[in-house]
Design a binder for this molecule. Structure first.
Ligand SMILES: Nc1ncnc2c1ncn2[C@@H]1O[C@H](COP(=O)(O)OP(=O)(O)OP(=O)(O)O)[C@@H](O)[C@H]1O
Ligand SMILES: [Mg+2]
Length: 507
């Protein structure tokens, strides 16, 4: 059992996990370079760094998925392990909540949460009642409530993330890795998760927490390790660090935010939405987005933002009202029609509708423009595909060894940029971005915002959906607030303060 009296800051106690000289290469590319690192019982240890710096790789080595180069030392609970594998790692008490969630979309919530338990025994009869019980107990511990019988594939991304968290915690853990557990959660859900993390810590469990939300890191960490390009910059006590300093450590740069907020009121409207409504989702929505304008749409989960976006993108038709694009009525009934009309949509859920993980980077990039760049009959010369893909790779500075690599090999943030490329390649009039920088590190976030700003400067109209007020505050010309399916406020960054908008949104 874990001994709660063993405290995190007691450096005389041997760490629960210690690794030394861990190097990991993927087809010649060094993802981790001679890493020395440890995690103690009862501490929250945050692992931060830019996209692709090796955070998930570190986790996958300790969960036995990847084997490092010879010469690596791995010690867990004082014992040395030369050949770790997923089964052994779990036996030792290492549990992981993976970044890609790794859920079974065709199984129910209860089945997903209790799957380990169900698969664990020999020819054990899997009792549904037992599974439900187990899942319920875990949910209670987390303070969340989930529809146990619902099929996971039908649930929104935030709910799926909660399912993945419950699953990671359903089994006894001594070390729990959480790889960006909060990426799609709302503020309230994040708070309840951080509460759980504190309880685990008090139970003497080592929690290793990966996040790009640096304010969370500051709030929860006892120690922070910063990785840069596979190298460890250092491990620091969290006391005395703030998010600004962490950002500097991660990127080696000072990141300044400047309000954009340009007045576009005299530009021609690209999108006009009049009296739009869809039963049970949103009603009486009126707004416009003008040429070159970036309009933010903020609100909490369930405010109706994504539903509205899906309607504009032809995926769930409105029941009433009208949408004009370039002054002409638009009645897209499928996303294909919306794309042809000039609308692009970067969904919040990059892992299911955003990308085909098994396909190559370049295939994903050209997916939405296939009919435009192929010859008649659908043949696309490989050279042409590579040309289009490499142009966008360079423009968005996507770090990949090869355009032919499957998307599943990309780090999370680079995958996000591939999604963006896929839609920018359609050369839209209106770009709808739903939580465009979820899982993207602060340095690269800035890179993505710069791309969006540059596109707007060339006349693109942008609708940016977000639940992070700073994101819309610094990057939009105007901000609309949605609550309970209705537009309830309009703000101009700079004229209205960031704090004022936050108050209104989180009230
Ligand atoms: N299976 C794989 N095959 C080839 N390369 C890989 C594989 N997994 C990871 N990589 C590469 O190793 C590097 C580190 O990736 P990793 O997933 O550890 O990054 P990360 O720090 O978790 O980033 P993010 O914040 O974007 O999730 C990246 O360059 C990535 O492309
Ligand atoms: Mg990762």
């Amino acid at each position: 059992m874990n001994d709660p009296s063993v405290l995190a800051d007691d450096a005389s106690v041997p760490p629960f996990v210690r690794i030394a000289n861990v190097t990991m290469k993927f087809s010649g590319i060094t993802a981790l370079n001679a890493l020395d690192w440890d995690a103690r019982r009862g501490e929250v240890h945050c692992l931060i760094g830019e996209n692709g710096c090796g955070k998930s790789t570190t986790i996958k080595i300790l969960s036995g998925i990847h084997r490092p180069e010879p010469g690596a030392v791995i010690e867990i609970d004082g014992k040395r392990y030369d050949q770790l594998n997923p089964h052994l790692s779990k036996q030792i008490g290492i549990q992981v909540i993976y970044q890609d969630l790794s859920l079974f979309p065709n199984l129910s919530v209860a089945e997903n949460i209790s799957i380990e338990d169900a698969l664990g025994g020999y020819a054990k009869i899997i009792s549904r009642a037992r599974m439900r019980e187990r899942a319920k107990a875990t949910m209670q511990r987390l303070g969340v409530s989930l529809p146990l019988e619902a099929k996971v594939g039908d649930l929104p991304i935030a709910t799926r993330q909660l399912v993945a968290i419950c699953r990671g915690m359903a089994s006894e853990a001594r070390l729990l890795f959480m790889d960006e557990p909060t990426a799609s959660l709302t503020r309230a859900e994040v708070n309840s998760l951080l509460g759980v993390v504190r309880r685990l810590k008090a139970d003497g469990i080592a929690v290793v927490f990966v996040s790009h939300k640096l304010d969370e890191v500051v709030e929860i960490a006892d120690r922070v390790t910063v990785l840069r390009d596979g190298n460890k910059l250092g491990t620091y006590p969290a006391a005395g660090l703030n998010d600004k300093r962490l950002g500097e450590l991660m990127t080696g740069m000072q990141i300044e935010h400047v309000v954009r907020a340009r007045d576009c009121s005299s530009a021609t409207p690209v999108l006009e939405v009049r009296g739009l409504g869809r039963d049970g989702e949103y009603r009486n929505v009126n707004f416009s987005v003008r040429k070159g304008e970036i309009v933010g749409l903020v609100g909490l989960l369930g405010a109706g933002r994504t539903e509205l976006a899906l309607s504009l993108f032809g995926m769930s038709p409105p029941d009433r009202g009208e949408v004009l694009l370039d002054g002409k009525p638009m009645r897209a009934r499928t996303n294909r029609q919306a794309i042809d009309a000039g609308i692009a949509y970067v969904s919040e859920d990059r892992l299911s509708i955003g990308l085909n993980m098994r396909q190559s980077v370049q295939d994903n990039m050209v997916l939405a423009v296939l009919n435009r760049i192929s010859y008649r009959g659908g043949w696309l010369p490989p050279k042409r595909r590579a040309l289009v893909a490499s142009k966008w790779r360079d423009r968005l500075r996507i770090k990949i060894p090869s355009l032919e690599a499957p998307v599943s090999q990309l780090s999370g943030g680079n995958a996000q940029r591939v999604v963006l490329t896929k839609w920018l390649a359609t050369e839209p009039k209106l770009l709808i971005l739903d939580s465009p920088t979820v899982g993207v590190d602060i340095g690269n976030k800035k890179g993505i915002y710069e791309i969006v700003h540059a596109l707007a400067d060339q006349g693109l109209a942008v609708l940016m959906i977000s639940d992070e007020v700073p994101e819309v505050y610094f990057n939009c010309d105007r901000v609309l607030q949605m609550r309970g399916g209705e537009l309830v406020g309009e703000f101009v960054p700079g004229r209205d303060s960031e704090a004022h908008i936050e108050e209104s949104v989180y009230a």
